[in-house]
Design a protein around this ligand. Structure first.
Ligand code: TNX
Length: 492
């Protein structure tokens, strides 16, 4: 039934009557929709324990599978007849993240990598109920799947208002359920500096103690961040740190006044919502560049991400382009790749420097022509600090006064951006001060983000997405997500 309703969207073959006669409790509701899915007649009953056959080189997928089974009360036993296999194989599926999931007389998940197998486990989890049942049935099915884009992200602003390690862990778990794979942490801004830097302890002593008005202050120790990196990695997610320079630095200037030009009068911590007023003193290169380099050295020792975000947004300064070029070259010399907000396209950088698009105010056509990879976060589709609906309290609307409703985000098409490597939804937190508010802005819109980034255009469709998300609601509830009661999904 679910398959017929969403056939156009998930591309299952509509010819078989088995789908129509399938009992409703057998779910085929995958978000993001897989690249291809073939439904066969019949079901595989899962009664009693299952036998796991796991490739030793897939420890993360193994742990994820064991958690799913334990959560549903499905025991494992080496003597059981029904087998769930996790197999690494070079021809299982395309790419680093692709996978195959076959349910026949047993369940076989295969992929080239542990990460691919993690995605397969998430698909299996979505085919099963969210809560323990007396017994289970799986649809007989062949899924061959791989992401359309390699960058499927969330940008979280922990600088304006701090988010706890526990909340980030939860968010990582939930992102993994939808196969999102990048968590970009906006770690520094005018209102707060959230990452411990050993060489400059006042950055967190002073800069970590402030927040946007009404928001939470605090900082992460390096040990906490290393823990988070490992936690995310075990779930297929790379944490991408952002140190925002040369603007958005009032917290740093308040901590180390010498980073400011000598004529700057206001060096106190900032808790307002203005942007674009602070800048490292670019006329003091002997102070500023060593500072940036020392910070980046410690950042890179914590975060193995190939891409490191250096900000570069919302700043007008005669030496801006020069700064971005030098900072990006510094990242390159350290063996990593810089990401810069789109304003950085004015700088003369290597063509592998990634630009993050957030507006169309800046002309990036030339940068695309040069081949710069793009992460797409156009504010009128992907700034989810904007309302779920027009006029939602505690949301911005400067980019789009009708807000960014679920349907709007879902309709975003990355295809016209020739050099796009993917998309990122952005949650800025000037107006988001609690975990509940963050959940409300993130969900269900992050699920739509995941589908836009993962599923090929031919498999997307809002009608089918709504059906499938409707069916996945118990999973969101089981994860404790305090989502927006979205009327489009019947959740109001
Ligand atoms: C723009 S777009 C910002 C952030 C704000 C956000 C609020 C961009 C790179 N910067 O500094 O928090 O708008 O919506």
């Amino acid at each position: 039934l679910f398959c017929l309703l969403s056939a156009a969207a998930i591309g299952c073959s509509t010819s078989q009557s088995t789908a129509a006669s399938r009992p409703a409790e057998v779910a085929l509701n995958l978000v993001p929709a897989p690249q291809s899915m073939e439904i066969q007649p019949g079901e595989l009953p899962l009664q009693g324990p299952v036998r796991l056959e796991v490739d030793a080189a897939a420890p993360n997928a193994r742990r994820a599978l064991e958690e799913v089974l334990a959560g549903l009360g499905i025991a494992t036993d080496d003597a059981a007849t029904t087998r769930i296999g996790l197999r690494l194989s070079d021809d299982a599926a395309p790419g680093e993240e692709g996978y195959r999931l076959v349910v026949a007389d047993d369940v076989q998940l295969s992929a080239r990598t542990d990460t691919g197998l993690l995605h397969a486990v998430q698909s299996l989890r979505q085919l099963l109920p969210a809560q323990a049942q007396p017994r289970y049935r799986l649809p007989r099915i062949v899924i061959a799947d791989a992401p359309a884009y390699r960058w499927r992200g969330l940008s979280l602003d922990v600088a304006r208002s701090f988010l706890s390690v526990a909340y980030l862990e939860k968010t990582i778990d939930r992102m993994a359920f939808f196969k999102l794979n990048r968590l970009h942490l906006h770690l520094t801004d005018d209102q707060g500096w959230r990452i411990e830097i050993m060489r400059y302890p006042k950055l967190t002593q002073i800069g970590g103690a402030s927040a946007v008005e009404g928001g939470r202050s605090g900082h992460y120790t390096q040990a906490q961040l290393k823990h988070l990196v490992a936690y995310a990695q075990a779930r297929g997610i790379t944490i991408v740190p952002e140190i925002d320079v040369p603007g958005h630095v009032q917290a740093a200037l308040a901590s180390y006044n010498e980073l400011a030009c000598d004529d700057v009068e206001n060096l106190s911590p900032y808790s307002g919502r203005e942007v674009g007023f602070s800048v490292l003193c670019l006329d003091k290169p002997d102070v500023v560049y060593p500072f940036v380099r020392h910070v980046l050295e410690e950042v890179m020792a914590i975060f193995p991400s190939q891409e490191i975000h250096i900000g570069g947004d919302e700043i007008k300064h005669p030496l801006y382009a020069d700064f971005v070029a030098r900072a990006a070259a510094m990242v390159d010399a350290m063996g990593r790749t810089a990401i810069v907000w789109e304003e950085g396209s004015v700088a003369d950088t290597d063509t592998d420097v990634v630009l993050q698009l957030w507006n169309d105010r800046y002309d990036i056509a030339a940068a695309v022509e040069e081949g710069h990879p793009l992460i797409l976060s156009p504010c009128s589709y992907l700034y989810i600090d904007h309302g779920n609906y027009a006029g939602q309290p505690e949301t911005y609307d400067w980019c789009r006064k009708e807000g960014v409703p679920l349907a709007r985000l879902y309709a975003f098409d990355p295809a016209p951006f020739r050099t796009a490597i993917g998309i990122e939804a952005a949650l800025w937190t000037e107006l988001v001060h609690t975990d509940a508010a963050a959940d409300n802005r993130l969900w269900p819109r992050l699920a739509a983000t995941a589908e836009v980034a993962w599923s090929p255009a031919g498999q997307r469709g809002y009608h089918g997405f709504r059906q499938r998300m409707g069916a996945l609601r118990p999973h969101l509830d089981a994860m404790g997500i305090r989502y927006h009661p979205e009327p489009d999904l019947g959740w109001d």
